[in-house]
Design a protein around this ligand. Structure first.
Ligand code: ADP
Ligand code: MG
Length: 309
């Protein structure tokens, strides 16, 4: 029995490890909806950020099924070094825009340019290295908190991991855990809250420090106070480094200070401008803003509400 169980155990652990790494990949892939069919053009050149990261959608039409377009002849420009927000009802294609930029899918018509280069023509590695996303659902690896943050930069020394966690407002929480940064998370690890997960994802992004940053409802699970403190830190990083950033958000409070706000509706840009301009012009955005503005109590705490209501 002993002799038999030894190799079986050994195989079992190899199998478990293999299965685990597949599971990690699967989690990442399914949550970020990766299409493995995307291919590079032969001799793809690396993306060159010659203008500092300007993003352009030119007449983009895309649907997960060709007969059901989500984005319809959509054109928009995200200037380099600016903070842009995309708002709109659930299901209107906000996350899809981010997935297209990461090239998890290719557009059916039109093109997406980063600093004048069609993203289908650059190497996938250079494209994905240039972009960092805090996705709507953060995939956590079945590993320590430290590893989960370090996934943003595998070679980062512990002090950089810690500094990233501090800026992402998660350091104090992690420090209070008995095992600190060695605490295991993921399916078999410690249960952590949605807000803690989101802050781990933000730490990961801060550590990766990419030129283009996307936040997809990245702070939706946080209370208003933590959200504001975290946003202040994120804003200071973006300013300091003049990064191009795109925020998808339901709570307009988190994005009203953006350089440009794009309101999506029915696969098209319904409105765009600064908060001031959009409020002054009236329309969808200003209606949403006044609806949400009345929904904070005296302590600044938000009552349950989202853009869909
Ligand atoms: P938003 O982020 O604005 O809420 P999404 O971009 O996630 O919306 O989705 C836009 C539309 O595309 C929705 O109707 C959604 O159901 C659909 N959709 C999203 N992902 C897929 C997918 N992988 N396959 C098919 N349809 C999808
Ligand atoms: Mg979404």
């Amino acid at each position: 029995v002993f002799q038999l169980s030894l190799p079986l155990n050994f195989l079992g652990s190899v199998y478990r490890e293999l299965r685990q790494s597949l599971l990690d990949m699967e989690t990442l892939f399914s949550l970020q909806k990766v299409n493995v069919a995307i291919k590079e053009v032969p001799n793809a050149k690396p993306l060159q950020l010659t203008k500092g990261g300007e993003i352009k959608f030119e007449n983009v039409t895309f649907g997960y099924h060709a007969d059901r377009p989500i984005l319809k002849n959509l054109s928009l420009t995200i200037p380099a070094g600016k903070k842009i927000a995309i708002v709109g009802p659930s299901g209107c294609g906000k996350s899809t825009i981010l997935r297209l930029l990461f090239r998890f899918y290719d557009v059916q018509e039109g093109r997406i340019l980063i600093d004048d280069q069609d993203i289908r023509e650059v190497s996938l590695e250079s494209l994905r290295k240039a972009i960092g996303v805090v996705p709507q659902d953060t995939p956590l690896f079945n590993d320590s908190i430290e590893h989960n943050i370090r996934y943003g930069d595998m070679s980062a020394p512990p002090e950089k991991v810690l500094a990233a966690a501090q800026r992402a407002k998660i350091h104090d929480i992690v420090s209070a855990f008995p095992e600190g940064y060695k605490t295991m998370v993921g399916e078999r690890g410690m249960m952590i809250s949605g807000g803690e997960k989101q802050r781990l994802a933000v730490s990961r992004l801060i550590l990766k420090d990419p030129p283009l940053l996307f936040f997809d409802e990245a702070t939706s699970a946080l209370d208003t106070h933590t959200e504001q403190a975290l946003m202040a830190n994120i804003n200071s990083i973006l300013k300091e480094k003049a990064r191009t950033s795109v925020f998808v958000a339901h709570r307009l409070r988190t994005i009203y200070d953006s350089d440009k706000i794009i309101v999506l509706k029915d696969g098209l840009v319904a409105q765009s401008g600064t908060h001031r301009e959009l409020v002054d012009t009236g329309g969808v955005y200003s209606e949403l803003w006044s609806a949400q503005e009345t929904l904070f109590d005296e302590d600044g705490l938000e009552r349950e509400v989202s853009i869909e209501d």
